[in-house]
Design a binder for this molecule. Structure first.
Ligand code: NAD
Length: 372
């Protein structure tokens, strides 16, 4: 390590001990770090330039191991705006018709799909066929069957498939998982996950079954499913579920407003969860264990995440989730890194299998078994 890098390394380490840097100082440190980084950089095109795509693009400005280099959209004016805002060259811009030509572009490594859910699978398959790595937003697809076709397409093309599970890299989440893994909390006994918000505009794609694949469960309930799996540390073997609908005009057939569901795990742990589009201030995880407990609220929002355990409040510095996610995904794709909590296609597929089973349990009223 040269002396400048050694200094930066020490400076980064001191951040943990000295949390009193100003925002400007932190930015300067970030810039110095960026200049110091000499390793591989994942060059990413974003497909779907909506509100979350914009959030990811903004967050990528401070990435060191990933860089936004391309844009794909059905709306020419958005491409122009993004070119100006993010310095994207014309040769790295595509529309949905000429997108397949991306295969001839040696300057793009991966495409990050951030469209309505029904477009994830078709664009992921086109991306794989173009020989580019696929990063896809959650839910990975509309159902498990579709998810499996994405996995198969990426395998056949020998490209990676990752899902935008940003909280899998969130420091407080990882600390609770560490405490559980190292036995500090004792045996896990129970999990509760409450996820929801009051949805507005009834004409948005999130309330359109064909585009969203469902309602609250596909969008926000998936966080409770995923969270139960990474906090309990097991895969569920059965599910029961109940649906309630107070507004059948806004929440049409196949678009769930509120679903309560329970997941059973091999050790006997039960997860009790709520997914809703009609209640605010629901972003809470609670893990009860034999020797202690962990509570996160907010648990999956953009942050800062708040978390405490029986030992006290967790004080890890807030990080921009999408910045860390994209740097980590660069390490996974280009360096073969194995994250503590997976973000690959198989991980996305497990959540889809559980969602399929929840919808089935709502219909049958019975306990549905799961085989993940
Ligand atoms: P959005 O409506 O703001 O953006 C969607 C984009 O897709 C728009 O640019 C729109 O023009 C484009 N699009 C292409 N075809 C479309 C069609 N047929 N109908 C409607 N729009 C179309 O949505 P968003 O909030 O950015 O969500 C996009 C994806 O990102 C979803 O899958 C969502 O679940 C996911 N998301 C993830 C997070 C997260 O924290 N990981 C947060 C928000 C959204």
């Amino acid at each position: 390590m040269n002396s400048r890098r050694h200094f930066l390394h020490k400076l980064s380490a001191s951040l943990i001990a000295l949390p009193a840097f100003s925002g400007r100082e932190l930015n300067e440190i970030q810039l110095l770090n960026e200049k110091a980084y000499e390793g591989p950089v994942l060059r990413v095109a974003i497909l779907g330039l909506g509100s979350y795509g914009t959030r990811v693009a903004d967050a990528m400005k401070t990435c060191t191991r990933a860089k936004l280099v391309g844009a794909v959209s059905g709306t020419p004016s958005k491409i122009k705006d993004w070119q100006t805002k993010y310095g994207i060259p014309e040769k790295n811009c595509y529309n949905y018709e000429n997108f397949d030509q991306i295969k001839n572009n040696p300057d793009i490594d991966a495409v990050y799909i951030i469209t309505p859910n029904s477009l994830h699978a078709p664009f992921a398959i086109r991306t794989a066929k173009a020989g580019k790595h696929v990063i896809c937003e959650k839910p990975m697809a509309l159902n498990a069957k579709e998810g499996m076709t994405m996995i198969a397409a990426c395998k056949a093309a020998n490209v990676k498939l990752l899902v935008g599970y940003r909280v899998h890299f969130e420091p407080k989440t990882l600390e609770i998982i560490r405490m559980r893994n190292e036995g500090e909390l004792g045996k896990v006994m129970f999990f509760q996950g409450l996820c929801g918000f009051r949805i507005g505009d009834p004409s948005q794609w999130r309330l359109n079954k064909a585009l969203a694949g469902g309602g609250s469960m596909m969008d926000i309930g998936i966080y409770a499913i995923n969270g139960s799996r990474y906090l309990v540390g097991e895969e569920p073997v059965w599910v029961t579920a109940q649906e309630t609908k107070t507004d059948p005009v806004k929440f049409k057939e196949g678009v769930d407003e509120t679903i309560t569901f329970q997941l059973g795990f091999p050790s006997g742990v039960i997860a009790s969860c709520l997914s809703t589009y009609s209640m605010n201030n629901l972003d809470r995880f609670y893990l009860n264990c034999e020797k202690g407990w962990a509570e996160m609220q907010p648990s999956t929002g953009y942050g800062p995440i708040k978390a405490r355990t029986n030992k006290g409040e967790l004080t890890h510095t807030h990080v921009t989730h999408q910045t860390v996610q994209m740097d980590e995904m660069s390490d996974i794709i280009l360096g073969g890194k194995q994250p503590l909590v997976p973000v690959d296609g198989e991980e996305g597929l497990k959540d889809l299998k559980i969602i399929d089973a929840i919808f089935m349990a709502v219909k049958t009223g019975k306990k549905e078994s799961l085989s993940l």
